[in-house]
Design a protein around this ligand. Structure first.
Ligand SMILES: *Cc1c(COP(=O)(O)O)cnc(C)c1O
Length: 437
């Protein structure tokens, strides 16, 4: 499979290059050059197929030019020791639970696949690489967990000292082995600036083979299409009609991955882009005008994005035509007040607890169903475990969600970090000392 930038028709790159470069040299995002037809593979789907076997089938269908079939099976197996689950919340409304991975959010699927893919390519070439990443808390732990103990890769995570939650800090600093936590005396912006300055230094980048693992990487996006296909396969048993997917969205990576699966031939009735009041995409769907702006803080804070990075990929799919996008995607906006009500209602109606991000999706889906009375099933993507957002859930429903066992254990482990000044020189000094070659 080949990829090009969203901004220019050149250069054309393979998957390996897209994964290690992350961003295209022109500043655009990599996206598929041609539209694959996966109809033959989709025809083989059945409700009994495991997530690993669907993932393996997809890796073979997409990357047969770069990953041999036997390696594809192994890559799927090591990447996904966890699986999505599908449960029924209401009549016609299903929850696709994507939070059973190591960091209890859907980002585990992308991070784990990226880590294992990088490790696979590096092993074949007998090379080593260092991943450099800045975090304000949450994504860092998904990356750290995913890359932990992977061959040929070291990870250096920069986080702002005293500005991440105690649980997040423990998740970043207790892994050891190939995961190195740098506690920066400064802000998250300082961490990001240090990483950017290190990448600009071509000699440094080359010497330590620095690479990144941020959310725009195709190696994180593509595997997210796998669970749409898995959900479709499981729903064959329930209804037979193409499902509608309702996606709580921020940077729109998750939704874009679903749109790719559909573009490759997966039967889908509709997508719902559910956002909090950071609603630039629903606004575009209404007015055909895209106006990115700075973000506002909400209860569903992983969706507080005012300039969604994957919008460029979405408009590429729909050829910059708002009508085309509207024919497949509908926008729905949910406020914080409504989010709290939704958590409460789900708990009262079903006895289940959902996190604030998932709650945005559930309410958007309920509104769609109330207006359209659809025959097709509606599937809400459950993006995080409610135990990750205890305060909000408690306030809404009076119920304290269980903290998952492995998160509770992390709190008792010993923190190991290296304190550094907020300058690129101190980052360089750390790299020299730790990885001198
Ligand atoms: C990242 C995240 C989202 C938003 O996903 P995008 O792919 O950025 O649209 C939603 N919910 C949770 C819990 C997240 O961590």
């Amino acid at each position: 499979m080949q990829f090009i930038s969203t901004r220019n028709r050149k250069p054309v790159v393979n998957f390996r290059t897209a994964v290690f470069e992350g961003l295209s040299p022109d500043g655009g995002l990599y996206h598929p050059l041609e539209i694959k037809d996966l109809g033959n593979f989709y025809d083989t789907l059945s409700p009994d197929m495991s997530f690993v076997s669907i993932a393996a089938g997809m890796i073979k269908a997409l990357f047969n030019d770069e990953i041999p079939r036997a390696d594809a099976d192994e890559l799927a197996r090591v990447s996904f020791p966890f699986s999505p689950e599908l449960s029924k919340l209401y009549e016609g409304l299903y929850l696709l639970e994507l939070y059973h991975g190591p960091s209890f959010a859907f980002k585990d699927f992308g991070a784990s696949f990226l880590a294992n893919t990088m490790s696979y390519f590096l092993k074949k070439e007998q090379r080593r690489s260092i991943i450099l990443t800045a975090t304000s808390g949450d994504t860092g732990s998904a990356v750290a967990k995913a890359f932990y103990d992977k061959a040929n890769i070291d990870v250096v995570i920069l986080y702002p000292s005293g500005r991440v939650s105690p649980l997040q800090e423990k998740q970043l600093t207790t892994l050891d082995k190939n995961i190195h936590a740098l506690e920066v005396e400064g802000s998250f912006d300082d961490c990001q600036r240090m990483v950017k300055e290190a990448f600009v230094d071509a000699k440094l980048k080359d010497r330590f083979r620095l690479t990144s693992a941020n959310s725009i990487n195709l190696g994180r996006l593509i595997p997210q299409s796998f669970y749409y296909i898995w959900a479709y396969a499981h729903l064959l048993r329930h209804k037979g009609l193409p499902p509608c997917f309702c996606v709580p969205s921020g940077n729109f990576g998750n939704l874009t991955a679903g749109v790719y699966a559909w573009q490759w031939g997966l039967p889908v009735s509709r997508f719902i882009a559910a956002t909090n009041i950071n609603d630039v995409v629903p606004e575009y769907l209404k007015s055909s005008v895209y106006t990115p702006r700075s973000s506002c803080k909400t209860l569903s804070n992983a969706m507080d994005v005012g300039a969604p990075s994957n919008f460029e990929r979405l408009t590429a799919v729909f050829e910059n035509d708002a009508d085309k996008m509207r024919s497949m995607i509908e926008g729905r906006i949910i406020t914080d007040e409504e989010t709290i009500t939704a958590i409460n209602d789900v708990s009262g109606d079903t006895g289940r607890t959902v996190d604030p991000h998932t709650a945005v999706g559930v309410l958007a889906a309920k509104r769609h169903i109330a207006q359209e009375s659809p025959e097709y099933p509606v599937v809400v993507l459950g993006t995080a475990h409610p135990g990750k957002f205890i305060e909000v859930v408690e306030k809404a429903s009076g119920i304290t969600p269980e903290l998952p066992e492995s998160l509770r254990k992390v709190l008792d482990l010993e923190k190991k970090s290296v304190v550094v000044e907020n300058t690129v020189e101190s980052l360089k000094a750390f790299l020299e000392k730790t990885f001198q070659s």
